[in-house]
Write a protein that binds this ligand. Sequence first.
Ligand code: ADP
Ligand code: MG
Length: 384
Amino acid sequence: MGAQQVADRFAELYGAAPEGVWAAPGRVNLIGEHTDYNDGFVMPFALPHQAVAAVSRRTDGVLRLHSDDIGGGVVQLGLADLAPGTDREWTAYPAGVVWALREAGHEITGADVHLSSTVPTGAGLSSSAALEVVIALALSDLYGLGLPRWKLARLCQRAENVYVGAPTGIMDQTASACCEQGHALFLDTRDLSQRQIPFDLAAEGLRLLVVDTQVKHAHSGGEYGKRRAGCEKGAALLGVDALRDIPYDGLDAALARLGDEEEVVRLVRHVVTEDQRVERTVALLHAGETRAIGPVLTEGHASLRDDFRISCPELDLVVDTALAHGALGARMTGGGFGGSAIVLAEATDVDTLTKAVQEAFAAAAFTAPRVFEAVPAAGARRLA
Ligand code: ADP
Ligand code: MG
């Protein structure tokens, strides 16, 4: 959706042109899954799919929200009434951002918002973070808050954790706020230090496919929370602040100390090996050995499937079929229980691979998947 279209629709809805138009992308996580709430490493990149919002300030303590992508008209909320846990609709995401900004002491006196997004929802591509970050950036700009990107991400995470009630880590919001075109973002979620890693697959004759299984995950559902609690239990049993503090070469000793806590053992093993996979991926990309990251991605999938246990038959089918048809690597991406998988492949294998996955889904009587190529795009920015 172009900036002009979104601005035009804003003017139709609210009777005047918006003060500005902003965009924030969805993301794909290349490697580093379920590490962000363990103070570990992640490596997302931004998608060309993005949320675009036209926004104007108000002075009367009113927030008006409209999404092109959701049925229903303009929703009007009073800023004084915003309170965590009171809204179960989509409006909780933008309202939560306004709440978090105000709670942090920023004087927001109201806003009119119209938005439209091309990020598929519930597909593991972070439509929620795109929505939060586009609102946060717009308000930071309009109200002259000058918030650095990492801080915007923190406020958005707070909105999602506290206001919406979804216990997500910091990756999605940071990816949407901080990614750069042509790069993956190597993020240390402990101190939010970041490195932009050049990630230009096309130049090497490679492609990264996203396969949206169309199986909708439910993020605030209990399974995510259970994994998170299990990781916290592991850290407590091992006497560390977070699983990040277990070094890879100390993993066996740590697992031995956990004894018969079988579930915690599996969770800890995933998180510690996954952090190491992120570091290996960064090292391989740095060395120009892009094809060699394929097996690392595939290992990550096995760990999520067998140890973390958050895959599903559709995701496994994508990975198995892709690998059987020449993919260099493949894995589920995002929170799990549905959503999307990524496939790293030679450009010349893409057509065969895509067809094979589609046929396998048809043979299994699964809903047809949506396949698209992911090229690292720009992070959040002002469009007009
Ligand atoms: P994901 O972030 O993986 O797409 P989530 O469950 O975290 O999935 O967030 C999806 C929710 O975000 C939707 O159910 C909806 O409430 C909200 N959302 C995302 N995009 C839009 C949009 N364009 N308009 C309105 N709400 C949206
Ligand atoms: Mg989300």
